[in-house]
Each structure stands twice: as structure tokens, then as C-alpha cells.
Design a protein around this ligand. Structure first.
Ligand SMILES: [Zn+2]
Length: 172
């Protein structure tokens, strides 16, 4: 997705509103796949001395599996950005993005922003998630893990722990 900024070259130092949407490819984050809903960028741009400045807000939803129960989990992403594009930028060294001609490429910027703002881990937050269920059971003495729903899939990080726990009850 390229944003046409030719108006900015005709009228330097003048802010022009823009709105763009694009899609990001699924990303591998430490072995987990993270996908993104269509990304919306909204804001203004202006051109000064061959530098294009974009200010605005990026919104999307990041999706992955819950770190606890592997159910689908999502996280709304909203990022205020203020980014600079230069014609001769070295993106790996400079703190800005590169563009050519009279348009700026938005995909790399959007992906960079989205990846920098991912949560440390995704948690689904459903009431029957293992995290919530186990914490609840933990607090209700004597009911530890007995109410684990059978339909909740195959991932049981605490399987076997209950045996240990019965020998040494946790201190509250
Ligand atoms: Zn969960």
C-alpha cells in the first residue's frame, strides 16, 4: 500500500489528511502465529525538504491463541504514530522510513508499529479459560482442578501437579 503524497510536494509544509487501510501478513512470533485484521491508518501528512512526515493513529486487532488454553484470543491495537520518511533513509540505521517518488509505502511502517505493540502474551479472558478456572479452583479449597471442563481441549500445563499439591497443600 502506497500513500500518494504528491499534494504535499506541491504545497510544502501544509498538512493534508489521509486515510488508508491495508492488510498485514501473518507473523511468526516466537513460534506462535499472530494475524491481524485489516489495518486502518488515519491522520495527516506533510512534506518539507524532501522529508515526508506522517502523524496519526493505527488501529487493528491482533489475533493469536490464548497462552493458557489455546482458544482464540485477540487484542485491540491502537497506536498513535509520528513517523518520518526520507528519500535516502537507511531503515536499519536511521529512525525513519524510506520512500521513493511521490508516495510513501505504508506496509513496512504499519507492520513495525503493530509488532512493537503486541502484548507479551495473548490471553483469551473467557470465564472458562484454564487460567481463570484454575485460579478459582485454587481459591476454593478442596475443589482443585476437579471442575476442569473436558471439552476444553488437550493442553494441560498443570496436569500431574495436583498430585504434588495434595502432598503439599499451598499456603494461602
Ligand atoms: Zn484462555
Amino acid at each position: 500500500m502506497e500513500l500518494d503524497v504528491s499534494q504535499g510536494f506541491l504545497h510544502p509544509a501544509t498538512a493534508f489528511p489521509f486515510e488508508a487501510s491495508l492488510t498485514l501478513e501473518a507473523q511468526d512470533v516466537g513460534g506462535e502465529t499472530v494475524t491481524f485484521d485489516p489495518v486502518t491508518l488515519e491522520g495527516t501528512y506533510f512534506v518539507a525538504d524532501d522529508t515526508v512526515r506522517l502523524e496519526g493513529r493505527l488501529t487493528t486487532t491482533a489475533r493469536a491463541v490464548c497462552a493458557v488454553c489455546l482458544a482464540p484470543a485477540e487484542k485491540a491495537v491502537g497506536i498513535d504514530f509520528d513517523e518520518t520518511f526520507r528519500k535516502d533513509a537507511n531503515e536499519t540505521e536511521d529512525e525513519c522510513f524510506r520512500y521513493e517518488g511521490k508516495s510513501v509505502p505504508l506496509d513496512h511502517m504499519a507492520l513495525t508499529l503493530a509488532m512493537l505493540n503486541l502484548p507479551m502474551r495473548f490471553v483469551c479472558g473467557r470465564p472458562d479459560c484454564h487460567a481463570a478456572a484454575e485460579l478459582k479452583a485454587w481459591n476454593e479449597e478442596g475443589k482443585v482442578w476437579k471442575e476442569e471442563p473436558e471439552s476444553e481441549g488437550t493442553y494441560r500445563p498443570f496436569e500431574g501437579l495436583d498430585v504434588l499439591m495434595k502432598k503439599e497443600p499451598p499456603e494461602q
